[in-house]
Unconditional design. Structure first.
Ligand code: F6R
Ligand code: ZN
Length: 190
């Protein structure tokens, strides 16, 4: 052991709301077909069904006029070179929006419209992101040690359409590149 100065990173504790009505855990096994490298996905799954992300929901009646809110936590990790991310979805009531406030970590919100317009916005603590009506959205954690933690709120009657993204994929993928996160076209997107 030397007497040289040193430093290390101490990951911050999770931000969990003091009130939680529903806690969702999404594991690797529930994300089949969503990560690009299917072979590495299968290999990882054979070793461990890792926890990819969690959602802490505050329940309200799912009717027009109400808002649903909560906290989303995407854990750091990769499937091959692709960063851990949420499934991503359109809202079933397409003309509904959502607001995200980033509390911790680094990442991106990947968004696209049914017409194929894409927008990828960086997320870092303090950033407020408005997802307009009609845009599908997926959070991607690019921190190596920290969770990507966001607060979200959206109309309670929005509903979730996961099927469209499951079938077509997002038009872009985010990989761990030589010089940081790299956004590339998804060759499988149709
Ligand atoms: C709700 C919303 C977020 C996500 C959460 C998990 O409309 O966008 O609360 O539900 O970030 O992502 P998904 O729902 O894509 O698994
Ligand atoms: Zn949403």
């Amino acid at each position: 052991m030397t007497d040289l100065p040193f430093s290390f990173t101490l990951p911050m504790p999770q931000v969990i709301p003091s009130r939680v009505d529903n806690h969702i855990e999404r594991r690797l096994s529930e994300m089949r077909g969503q990560f690009f490298d299917l072979e590495i996905y299968d290999k990882m799954l054979a070793t461990e069904d890792q926890l990819i992300y969690e959602v802490y929901e505050i329940k309200r009646p799912e009717v027009e006029g109400e808002l649903l809110m909560g906290v989303s936590v995407v854990h750091p990790g990769q499937v091959g070179k692709e960063f851990f991310m949420t499934k991503g979805h359109f809202h079933s009531v397409l003309a509904t929006s959502e607001i995200y406030y980033c509390l911790r970590g680094e990442g991106y919100m990947m968004m696209e419209t049914p017409e194929g317009i894409t927008s990828i916005e960086p997320l870092s603590p303090g950033k407020v992101l408005y997802v307009p009506p009609r845009w599908a959205h997926r959070s991607v954690c690019t921190s190596r040690l920290e969770d990507l933690v966001t607060f979200f709120a959206y109309p309670a009657n929005a509903g979730h359409d996961y099927g469209t993204i499951e079938q077509t994929g997002f038009r872009k993928l985010i990989f761990d590149g030589v010089n940081g996160p790299e956004i590339v076209d998804n060759p499988r997107c149709h």
